[in-house]
Ligand binder design. Structure first.
Ligand SMILES: NC(=O)c1ccc[n+]([C@@H]2O[C@H](COP(=O)([O-])OP(=O)(O)OC[C@H]3O[C@@H](n4cnc5c(N)ncnc54)[C@H](O)[C@@H]3O)[C@@H](O)[C@H]2O)c1
Length: 255
């Protein structure tokens, strides 16, 4: 088992299709002890039974727009575990109206919301996690998309947010690396989830990737979980600041 006894907190489980849920299940199978957070009361009904099914030791509310709620999570984990080894950040949001048409639809408020929930939340979480992760050989992984690098229809402000998230991975890796903490991102290919359903015409992107990616298929939540396991285990002890593609190879294709 690659994660025996590791203390893991996961942000981003909404339902059984969530990428974070596939990661939670695999990490549980690999011997990790898990804390699962949910975005607010509306999500608890769905998330609690999932978390209980893998014996999560803590199931905590955390709307990532609230510093108080983020701090409360790590206070609780500090008293429960005394330290944290692994953080999974699989959280993103943009208003639906801004995930259609062009980026010219972006409002000032919509931009701030997308950046706050999809980017700043990772910095805020790592700020709160940092004191609990020092000197344990810890690791954090966030989720990005190729829309950070290239233009995809309707992805708009979320592409800008993912570009900022990927830059944050590099800056964070430098900030916490001296304390033995590694920071990486997985750039996942398109997968049908709740978040993806918000992107207008998402099925066109899926069909295109399926036809053009070297592997001639789209990827699964389990494909992403496998890469997260590698990045969070000692197998990747020398890896930090990376954006690791799990996209069937789609990003290498020119035409
Ligand atoms: N599905 C894809 O095609 C795809 C591809 C590449 C990257 N990603 C990224 O993977 C991550 C997980 O998304 P997913 O596809 O599993 O969808 P998902 O909808 O299951 O997960 C998104 C999560 O963000 C959480 N969230 C949103 N606002 C929040 C807030 N204010 N506070 C706390 N949590 C909040 C939701 O509760 C949900 O759990 C996201 O960062 C997404 O951008 C997804």
């Amino acid at each position: 088992m690659l994660l025996s006894g590791k203390k893991v907190v996961i942000f981003g489980v909404a339902n059984e299709k969530s990428i974070a849920w596939a990661i939670a299940r695999l990490f549980h199978e690999q011997g990790a002890e898990l804390a699962i957070t949910y975005a607010g009361e509306a999500f608890e009904k769905r998330v609690r039974p999932l978390a209980e099914s893998i014996n999560a030791v803590a199931i905590l509310p955390c709307n990532v727009t609230s510093d108080d709620e983020i701090e409360a999570v790590f206070r609780e984990l500090g008293s429960l575990w005394g330290g944290v080894d692994i953080v999974i950040h699989a959280v993103a949001f943009a208003n639906k109206e801004e995930l259609k048409g062009t980026i010219l639809n972006t409002t000032r408020d919509g931009f701030a919301t997308a950046m706050d929930i999809s980017v700043y939340s990772f910095l805020a979480i790592m700020k709160a996690a940092h004191p609990l992760m020092q000197g344990r050989g810890g690791s954090a992984v966030t989720l990005s998309y190729y829309g950070a690098m290239k233009v995809f229809p309707s992805y708009n402000v979320m592409g800008v947010a993912k570009a900022a998230l990927e830059a944050s991975v590099r800056y964070l890796s430098e900030a916490v690396g001296p304390d033995g903490i590694r920071i990486n991102a997985i750039s996942a290919g398109p997968i049908r989830t709740l978040a993806a359903a918000g992107v207008n015409g998402f099925h066109h992107i899926l069909n295109h990737v399926e036809a053009k990616a070297p592997l001639r298929r789209t990827i699964t939540q389990e494909d992403v979980a496998g890469a997260a396991l590698y990045l969070c285990s000692d197998m990747a002890a020398g890896v930090s600041g990376e954006i690791h593609y799990v996209d069937g190879g789609y990003n290498v294709i020119g035409l």
